[in-house]
Design a protein around this ligand. Structure first.
Ligand code: ASP
Length: 320
């Protein structure tokens, strides 16, 4: 039997009702005890790393998770991280980039209903996660609603539905059907053009991060002063969620934002353009408003989600 380590971090999956509202209460052993079928998939040890609603997860917690995988790397065939769903897309994106040369599976999962609630999706999600971890395909993935999604393409689209997550601009990795994990051939094609960032043999943790990164959603009427204020407050990286294919209001607009962009870039702030649309990425080379933004130094985020851009920016700025 494969040996898998469950790294418990909290989230709804582990939550119990308290006087203050739902809060993480179950530890890793508690999670496993509720789903006896898991012991038939693999040998499981558990490690209680933290007990947090994922709203409270910070970049330093990503580092703790990555370092735990590193510390336990030789003892286990794979890892499952139980985690709250609200910031799961940020954590899965961050770990995707932080765990370089990963040759084992790291599967993140959680649930929309607590494991102790009737009709919870937690047992199915845990079964998907441990099946994937035991299967052994290396990489960072999210397991949810019977599906596997590559860590840096994850987005939470529903606050309540069990099919909460979607893979953005990438095919799903695999689906669990009748207890069998079926890998998607479309994903293998995707991988040929978008290989994992690292292929060496020794696991390396990238943990130098500059967390002074913001995501800004443009709205019609957005003011230069807002961007300047962020720069003056010390922001070093900015993911700008632009309209549609990606552009910035320019000289034809009374809301011309190019002066603030120039100011930010002159101060060394890295600005990455993303889109407010969920699918298909940014295409800043298409319209004049996008091409001009590129000329002013905005970098196109391409097909990445804003969560993935945040993780990448923090690492790139931290490693500068
Ligand atoms: N607030 C919870 C969390 O993210 C929600 C969940 O886990 O589904 O920790």
């Amino acid at each position: 039997m494969k040996k898998i380590l469950l790294i418990a971090t909290g989230g709804t999956i582990a939550s119990v009702q308290t006087e203050k509202g739902m809060m993480p209460g179950l530890d890793g052993e508690g999670l496993i005890e509720h789903v006896p079928a898991l012991r038939e998939i693999c040998h499981i040890d558990t490690l209680e790393l933290m007990k947090l609603d994922s709203t409270n997860i910070q970049p330093e917690h990503w580092v703790k998770m990555a370092r735990t995988v590193e510390d336990q790397y030789d003892k286990y065939d794979g890892f499952v991280i139980s985690h709250g769903t609200d910031t799961m897309a940020f954590t899965s994106s961050a770990l995707y980039y932080m765990l370089e040369n990963l040759n084992k599976p790291v599967i993140i999962t959680g649930s929309q209903l607590s494991l102790t609630e009737e009709g919870s999706d937690a047992p199915d999600n845990l079964i998907t996660a441990f099946t994937a971890a035991a299967k052994g395909r290396p990489g960072v993935y999210l397991a949810f609603y019977g599906r596997l999604i590559q860590g840096n393409t994850v987005k939470k689209l529903h606050t309540e539905a069990f099919y909460a997550f979607k893979s953005i601009n990438a095919p799903e990795v695999a689906e669990l059907k009748d207890g069998v994990l079926k890998f998607n051939p479309e994903y293998d094609k995707y991988l040929e053009e978008n290989p994992h960032p690292s292929t060496g043999d020794k696991l390396r943790i990238r943990d130098k991060m500059d967390t002074r990164v913001v995501v800004v959603d443009l709205v019609p009427g957005y003011k230069n002063e807002y961007i300047r204020a962020l720069v003056d407050a010390g922001c070093r990286g900015m993911v700008l969620n632009l309209f549609g294919s990606g552009g910035i209001p320019g000289v034809e607009s009374p809301g011309n934002l190019l002066p603030a962009i120039d100011y930010a870039i002159s101060k060394g702030v890295k600005i990455v353009g993303a889109t407010q649309c969920i699918n298909d990425g940014v295409h800043m080379d298409r319209y004049e408003v996008g091409i001009t933004a590129l000329k002013h130094g905005v970098i196109s985020g391409g097909m990445l989600t804003s969560e993935a851009m945040v993780a990448r920016l923090m690492l790139e700025l931290g490693e500068k």
